[in-house]
Design a protein around this ligand. Structure first.
Ligand code: SDX
Length: 392
């Protein structure tokens, strides 16, 4: 029994740690950030308020929220020399390759937030990472497109600033569509944390050795990149493009059953019911496509056809394969004009607060020890060395 939750012994055997940040019930499809249901946070909160909640454990007062938003805004610029990193890449570098490199390199620029034993260093590192990840992601996109690097702007919300940094040019200010900004802020909130997923576990394992927070988050970004994890939203759009149109869905689904393809955006290691984030994302998808007059979007129609079959077909029902958060987030991002190459970077910048909250929780625990997973050895039994001229 931990707090208000009781676990069966089988589950306890699989738990890698204790944490008070996020609760998931995969059978019931429940997700709480610090006890608050994700549905209520998606409806009533905004991403920076969710960041405050994940980091501090409580919702902020109006003064705390104002100070938190101001502090994040104050840290959102990059040391000017960091701009040289972007120029060292080929123009066609994937933005995730740039983010892994540049975030890791931050540890060479901010020596006043490297001492993991100093709470003040830990706090400033958290602010810097939450504030600078959107700036770094936006510059990776701009460098890809041959655009001059851009700067954040005061007076914009977190999502508005990200869009501004991505799309504004010196000759034309990007006009932020409130629908796009709201949808993006909600995507940030839904991706903010998710218990001990692969990338969060990577950050915790890296942090347990005493590595600095920037290096740990770079490790998390590298892990998230995989198509089975954060790269799934990009893979969903590629899958929809490969299927082409609704007439090809039946053949594709047969290919999934024959194990020739995975149905990207479906299935989850923990949720054996609908991912609550996917349900919220599905509603957001409908809202955005309606508001933007894109409900006849062929990609959305194709996605709905896939979803309908998957939710009715015994093959998927038996395997408890439901749409996950990535299935709809890719369609929303595509509808609001975000290029596919930026889908996983957006997941990474949103998840940074979850990673750094788990890192802080672990580092702040005086009983913390270095992580050291063990294995079952299945290799050769003990044997003696054979000189090369004696080998057959
Ligand atoms: C995220 O952990 C997290 O919390 C992650 C995340 C987060 O917020 O951090 O939620 C974000 O990563 C969501 C998942 C995004 N990935 C994808 O959408 C990629 C497609 N999904 C699959 O790769 C897969 O579903 C996984 C990796 C997510 C889970 O794989 P598991 O644990 O192997 O799934 P399972 O054990 O439940 O599989 C049961 C059966 C197997 O078939 P059988 O051997 O029983 O015949 O279902 C099959 C699997 O092969 N299966 C799929 C499938 N996922 C599982 N078959 C087709 N398409 C799929 N997507």
């Amino acid at each position: 029994k931990t707090g208000m939750f009781t676990y069966d012994p089988g589950f306890l055997a699989t738990a890698s740690c204790e944490s008070s940040i996020t609760f998931i019930d995969g059978d019931l499809g429940q997700l709480y950030y610090r006890g608050y249901p994700i549905e209520q946070l998606a409806e009533h909160s905004d991403y920076l308020e969710v960041c405050y909640l994940l980091l501090n454990g409580e919702l902020p007062t109006p003064e705390q929220k104002k100070h938190f938003d101001y502090t994040v805004m104050r840290h959102n610029m990059l040391h000017d020399q960091i701009h040289n990193f972007f120029r060292g890449f080929r123009r066609d570098a994937h933005p995730m390759a740039v983010m892994v490199a540049v975030v890791g390199a931050l540890s060479a620029f901010y020596s006043d937030s490297l001492d993991i034993n100093d709470p003040r260093h830990r706090e400033v590192a958290a602010f810097r990472l939450i504030a600078k990840l959107p700036t770094i992601a936006a510059q990776a996109y701009r460098y890809n497109r041959g655009l001059p690097l851009s700067y954040p702007k005061a007076g914009l919300t977190y999502a508005e600033n990200f869009l501004h940094m991505m799309f504004s040019t010196p000759v034309e200010e990007y006009k932020v569509n409130p629908i796009t900004a709201r949808a993006l802020d909600r995507i940030f909130t839904l991706h903010a944390d998710h218990e001990q997923n692969a990338s969060t576990s990577t950050v915790r394992l890296s942090g347990s050795s005493g590595a600095n927070p920037f290096a740990c988050i770079a490790a998390g970004i590298a892990c998230l990149w995989g198509p089975s994890h954060g790269g799934a939203n990009e893979a969903v759009l590629k899958m929809l493009d490969e299927i082409g149109d609704v007439s090809k869905v039946a053949d594709f689904m047969q290919g999934v059953k024959d194990k020739r393809y995975k149905l990207m955006g479906f299935g989850h290691r923990v949720y054996k019911n609908m991912d609550p984030r996917a349900a919220i994302m599905r509603d957001t998808c409908h809202e955005v496509l309606n508001d933007l007059g894109l409900h006849d979007d062929p990609k959305f129609k194709l996605a709905m056809a896939l979803e309908k079959i998957a939710l009715e077909d015994p093959y998927f029902i038996e395997r408890k394969l439901y749409p996950n958060v990535d299935f709809y987030s890719g369609i929303v991002l595509s509808a609001v004009g975000i290029p596919v190459s930026m889908f996983t970077p957006i997941f990474a910048l949103a998840r940074t607060v979850g990673w750094i909250s788990h890192w802080s929780e672990m580092i702040g625990d005086p009983t913390m020890k270095i992580g050291r997973p063990r294995q079952l050895y299945t290799g050769a039994p003990r044997r003696d060395y054979v000189a090369i001229d004696k080998r057959k």
